[in-house]
Write a protein that binds this ligand. Structure first.
Ligand SMILES: Nc1ncnc2c1ncn2[C@@H]1O[C@H](COP(=O)(O)OP(=O)(O)OP(=O)(O)O)[C@@H](O)[C@H]1O
Length: 284
């Protein structure tokens, strides 16, 4: 039986002018799941619901194969939000002592090793850190208390490509033993193309799709054609389409099949950004 680090089933939250609507997806143990969607789609609200930071009206959320999210299971969930998450008038050195008392499985040796690896000063107050330094610091803390599930909301935004690459490698290291898992929301879809096993796409509060990343990047495609060729397409093959100037762009789930069936059109691979754009701006 497949093991799950996180399961959401029918999670619903109503704000005055926004509804997180019946959200269901899983994070299989040992995998990285990328949460994507436009600004205001509901990614942060989903993450807040998982962590119990907001009250939801419906649905079930469980971690580590059916357990509730509570003080005990939260010990093993590392969280990184955009921005500073800790008292910013303290230094990493002082905060290390604080965390030792908060987390039962705090690993001080690892904490200082990671601070050193990320070149973070141990005697500087967090309020004097740059945005990127604060982000790196949150990640160091998340990785120092024996987390089994990392939940990161826009954790790599605002970081330069070099440190982002280091962090992506750390994510891949983190899940190597099949015990650890990651849910990461990001607008930097190229990062997710590098590391995610699954992509969950949220649009206007609903899950539009939840698919293995390889299926999206290796099988999905875009047919580029003219109006006459577009009219001749089998409409069952079309996921979404969009007309741009004199060209029609058509998202299909199987680009090899499309190449064979429509040899006079141009069929190109679809990036996750292309897929998002066509889902959001295209017609069906
Ligand atoms: N406390 C709140 N009260 C009312 N509405 C809220 C509250 N928090 C969030 N919302 C609304 O919920 C919607 C989804 O916001 P959310 O922050 O989840 O989006 P997001 O996908 O994380 O966006 P972004 O990529 O811009 O961070 C928005 O319309 C937002 O205004």
């Amino acid at each position: 039986m497949e093991k799950y680090a996180l399961e959401l089933n029918g999670v619903t939250k109503q704000y005055s002018d926004f509804k997180l609507d019946n959200i269901s997806f899983t994070v299989p143990q040992g995998s990285i799941v990328g949460l994507i969607g436009e600004n205001g789609a509901g990614k942060s609200t989903t993450i807040k619901a998982i962590l119990g930071l907001i009250v939801t009206e419906q649905g079930k959320i469980s971690v580590f194969n059916g357990k509730d999210v509570n003080a005990e299971t939260k010990e093993h969930i590392g969280v990184v939000f955009d921005g500073s998450n800790y008292p910013d008038n303290l230094t990493p050195k002082k905060l290390g002592k604080v965390f030792q008392n908060i987390y039962a499985e705090w690993n001080n040796e690892k904490y200082f090793e990671l601070l050193n690896k990320f070149e973070l000063p141990i005697n500087k107050k967090l309020k004097e850190f740059s945005k990127g330094m604060n982000m790196k610091y949150s990640l160091v803390v998340a990785l120092s208390h024996n987390s089994k599930l990392l939940i990161l909301d826009e954790a790599t935004s605002g970081l330069d490509p070099v440190i982002r690459d280091d962090i992506l490698e750390m994510f891949l290291d983190f899940i190597q033993d099949e015990e650890h898992s990651i849910l990461v929301s990001s607008h930097i879809t190229s990062d997710l193309e590098k590391i995610a096993d699954y992509i969950v796409f949220i649009h206007e509060g609903k899950v539009l799709f939840s698919r293995p990343k390889d299926e999206l990047t290796e099988q999905y495609g875009i047919i580029k054609c003219n109006a006459k060729q577009f009219d001749e397409l089998n409409k069952n093959d079309i996921i979404r389409y969009k007309k741009q100037d004199y060209e029609w762009q058509v998202l299909v789930a199987n680009r090899q099949k499309a190449k064979k069936e429509y040899p006079h059109t141009l069929v190109v691979p679809a990036s996750i950004d292309d897929i998002m754009l066509l889902y959001v701006k295209g017609e069906c």
